[in-house]
Ligand binder design. Sequence first.
Ligand SMILES: C[S@@+](CC[C@H](N)C(=O)[O-])C[C@H]1O[C@@H](n2cnc3c(N)ncnc32)[C@H](O)[C@@H]1O
Length: 284
Amino acid sequence: MIESNREDVLIEVKKFYEKTPFPNYSEFYDVATLIDKARKSIFIKSLNDEIPFGAKILEAGCGTGQLSNYLSVGHGMVVGTDISMNSLVLAQDFKENFGLSRAHFLQMNIFRPCFRAESFDVVVSNGVLHHTSDPKEGLRILATLTRKSGYLVIGLYHRFGRLMTDLRRLIYQYYSGRLTFLDHRLSRLNEKQRRAWFLDQYRNPHESKHTIKEVCGWLEEFDLVFRKSIPGNYFGSLTDGGTSLFKKNRMGGTYESTLVELSFAFRRSQIQEGGFFVVIAQKT
Ligand SMILES: C[S@@+](CC[C@H](N)C(=O)[O-])C[C@H]1O[C@@H](n2cnc3c(N)ncnc32)[C@H](O)[C@@H]1O
């Protein structure tokens, strides 16, 4: 039963992202644009700056490959994998057009990895596992691909952070394509990317939502040590994480984290666009 559910979700999600490669590129995208956009995100900038040059990086669920291509500019080897072939074609085209020889793209379902255990120093999976039927199992598998003392960086939709998106989704069911001002991101994107963002956010066939506390519970089960979440789940934490992504950070206590995580419904930091949060863990 679980197996067949898993296949159902995978087939639907794959079909969706074959039709809607995400986040897609604009016509005028070049390496300078890629770097410029990436460096505007405090989180992506820190990730790039803090991963050592020689590290082997896996991006699982790379979509159209922006992050993998960007990280490859300043790192030894980046492998971007995804189930959507059409997304990978765009990622590969960009890589070839701009000679990013340290980026590599291949098709891989996270649940059937094609790498040996402990092949990577850093494994990143941003906005992917919540589109699978079993995010916790996905995280376990990604942890097996991470070398001892290596890092996992996992971005997921937040249960409360996503409430505003849920509300907009409801509204867009009745006013499809109109009232775009409700989502600020739509006005900032070119047509191709705007369409990809709209469908990804409001017409996705499958998504689940999680809390930082819940993911921390998974980490404990898989012998992973919590390093940081962005935003933090304790009073006074910086919403976009600041720097030092891989240094040990405080985790909120039960009541504290519940209150802070509830407040994500109303907070809008850069990383929380779309109701997102990131957990960084180290493999012991
Ligand atoms: C929202 S997009 C995120 C893309 C990229 N990580 C980013 O942040 O822009 C989700 C991606 O996950 C991929 N995906 C979903 N399920 C997957 C699976 N089981 N294995 C590999 N990739 C998967 C989809 O094809 C899609 O490209």
